[in-house]
Design a binder for this molecule. Structure first.
Ligand code: AMP
Length: 287
């Protein structure tokens, strides 16, 4: 059965999402900024390019079966969709920030009656209600960080990643409402009839995420150093050990290693007499 997948048509999540789908093996025809939809050459999947904000609603309605969007937008929508995967990019947090000059250090200090500018009115309202604060929510469609300087709001609730935009605008982050990243979501309406197709796509994407930060290491090592090597290179299910024709004294090992451990592992292997060390990237890891 064919699957409709919605992808952000521009903005921060667009490029990495298309790259991820390609790494997962999908050959997307003419995927680009101005396209409204594209066909996947090697699978029964149509890709729709939509605004990240709209993707949650369309997935919820079942107009598309699956979508990639920000978790912040799913939370703000308050719609019931099925989260299939965290995608490990587009990381940010929804935070409360105040002008440095306001002298407010935490949520408890926010005065009742303060005006909060935000593109996330539902989450902001809920947050201040939970903290017993009566604030006025002023919904803006973007650039909330300039509103305190314009005198139209006292504080903001906005997405933060590095914090540099806040700093540039002399704003201080005083509370984190929610953490976010890109997610793969599925429509509960179509899940029953398309569970297999949805799970296949999610597991292909998961295999790319699993391979991120991993490398495949190959080396020829002295046979009598194998036990010691196994202790610091455990691999996924133990290193693969292969005989080398005509040699008793050395064997070849293949092992999946965390990228962060490569420097140390290679140095240790060399000290134990390893030769012919090769390190290659891994496209996907399917368990
Ligand atoms: P767009 O408005 O299309 O660029 O997409 C915005 C989405 O990108 C947000 O809803 C977040 O999920 C994600 N994102 C990641 N980092 C940030 C950030 N620093 N500011 C805004 N959005 C971010």
């Amino acid at each position: 059965m064919s699957l409709k997948l919605a992808v952000p048509n521009k903005g921060r999540l667009n490029e990495r999402t298309l790259e991820l789908l390609r790494q997962a093996g999908l050959e997307i025809e003419n995927g680009g900024e101005r396209k409204l939809y594209a066909h996947v050459k090697n699978g029964d999947i149509s890709v729709m390019f939509l605004r990240a904000q709209d993707i949650v609603r369309f997935v919820h309605k079942g107009a598309v079966d699956m979508g990639v969007t920000g978790w912040d937008l799913v939370l703000e929508s308050e719609l019931d969709v099925k989260k299939m995967l965290d995608l490990n990019y587009g990381r940010c947090r929804l935070s409360v920030a105040v002008p440095e000059s306001m002298g407010v250090c935490g949520t408890d200090d926010v005065p009742n009656g303060a005006i909060v500018a935000t593109s996330f009115p539902n989450m902001a309202r809920k947050f201040f209600e939970e903290h017993g604060k009566e604030v006025e929510i002023a919904t803006v469609s973007g650039a909330a960080e300039v509103t305190p300087h314009l005198g139209v709001a006292n504080l903001i609730v906005d997405l933060v990643s590095s914090g540099s935009t806040l700093k540039t605008n002399n704003l201080r982050e005083i509370a984190v409402i929610a953490e976010s990243q890109a997610v793969l979501i599925a429509s509960k309406k179509s899940f029953a009839s398309k569970e297999r197709e949805m799970t296949d796509l999610a597991s292909a994407i998961q295999s790319v995420i699993a391979a991120e930060g991993k490398r495949y290491l190959m080396a020829d090592v002295p046979t009598d150093a194998l036990d010691e090597i196994r202790a610091f290179l455990p691999g996924v299910a133990g290193p693969t050990v292969m005989n080398i024709v005509g040699r008793e004294d050395i064997v070849a090992i293949h092992v999946v290693v965390d990228k962060s451990c490569i420097y140390d592992s290679v140095n240790r292997l060399k000290r134990l007499g390893a030769t012919g060390i090769l390190i290659v990237p891994i496209d996907r890891m399917v368990p």
